[in-house]
Design a protein around this ligand. Structure first.
Ligand SMILES: [Zn+2]
Length: 347
């Protein structure tokens, strides 16, 4: 209380708040929250993308939107206390559709109640005391990679996130393309095989049905159970639930040719999708993120080969194809970028 207050407008704040204000003035911090079905992950970072505090908690989504929003607010406020600085703004990645302008969720398919018309930005802003901006989680990862990852020096980039599903994002001339529902960039639902497997979106033969983690693993299980993947059998003790892109990449490395073939085929399907979007927007960079990207060059090299085979109308020798530099921090740093940019999507 006895400390001199340097800012004119802090006279009604207590000592702690004044101290935090001074410290955040020295080094502006921004906050990021990733709302997942299982966990809420939050971070505080500088404008250079240096994470200074990070933590996560269970979402407990069954308790409903208001309780989850309260938990998000508590997590950010607890992180702010640990570094004695309040964030200037907060970017929140959500798994679904949103209204960008109002910061309202429209449809989160994997969360109970689906969060229709929940004013998340408004409710959360009141709890954390700074502006809050929402974005779809995969578009957020795209923004992270664009701002702090491989996309730093690029103006145009396409991001594929290969996980349980396949998502993505498209950056054109420095701007993340969103469309009216923030849904532009749903690259997992480009059609690759006209009569391919049924997709969760209602169509069939989408990229997601061919190169998501579960799609690749399902083929691995089939090979293992039909006696065509001895190494995979040894690695997983013959347990189908242990078959994953990661254990499959190990088996391929140890000599399971059929498993290597499955990975290569998934990469080629991804290459067809990539070639289509390259023909449409000719980006400088293709980035592959998500858990499946952990297969590394085993995935990336056939992907590059397929792109070269399929894009014939212009040279693509300068086009880079890389694994996400930020890996599982892409979404987190995307939230920081969105907060820094005050909700604007042009870098
Ligand atoms: Zn689909």
């Amino acid at each position: 209380v006895g400390k001199p207050k340097t800012k004119k407008n802090v006279s009604q704040q207590d000592d702690t708040a004044a101290k935090a204000d001074a410290s955040s003035k020295d080094r502006p911090l921004y906050a990021s929250v990733d709302l997942g079905g299982t966990n809420i992950a939050a971070a505080l970072a500088t404008k250079e993308g240096e994470i200074v505090a990070q933590d996560s908690r269970p979402t407990k989504s069954h308790k409903g939107p208001e309780a989850v929003i309260r938990r998000m607010g508590e997590l950010v406020n607890d992180l702010a206390k640990t570094v004695e600085a309040k964030p200037r703004a907060l970017g929140v990645g959500v798994p679904g559709l949103i209204d960008l302008k109002s910061g309202t969720t429209k449809f989160l398919p994997n969360l109970p109640t689906h969060w229709r018309d929940v004013p998340v930005a408004e409710l959360l802003s009141a709890k954390v005391g700074c502006p809050v901006y929402l974005l779809n989680d995969v578009r957020m990862a795209t923004l992270g990679e664009m701002t702090f990852g491989h996309g730093k020096s690029c103006r145009s980039m396409v991001f594929f996130a290969l996980g349980t599903g396949v998502g993505g994002g498209v950056v054109i001339d420095g701007t993340l393309r969103l469309g009216p529902y923030g849904a532009a960039g749903e690259l997992g639902h480009m059609n690759i095989l006209p009569d391919g497997p049924a997709c969760g979106c209602g169509s069939c033969g989408c990229l997601e049905t061919l190169c998501s983690g579960p799609a690749i693993a399902a083929e691995g299980v089939r090979l293992m159970l039909s006696g065509q993947a001895g190494q995979l059998y040894d690695i997983t003790n013959g347990e189908p639930s242990q078959v994953s892109p990661k254990t499959m990449a190990q088996a391929a490395e140890l000599g399971d040719a059929a498993v290597a073939g499955v990975i290569e085929r998934a990469a080629r399907y991804l290459g067809i999708g990539a070639a289509n979007i390259i023909s449409a927007v000719h980006p400088e960079l293709i980035v592959v993120g998500g858990g499946v990207a952990a297969m590394g060059e085993r995935l990336l090299q056939p992907l590059r080969d397929e792109i070269h085979k399929r894009v014939r109308m212009f040279p693509v020798d300068d086009l880079r194809v890389e694994r996400s530099l930020l890996k599982d921090q892409a979404g987190t740093l995307g939230g920081i970028a969105l907060a820094m940019q005050g909700g604007e999507l042009t870098s």
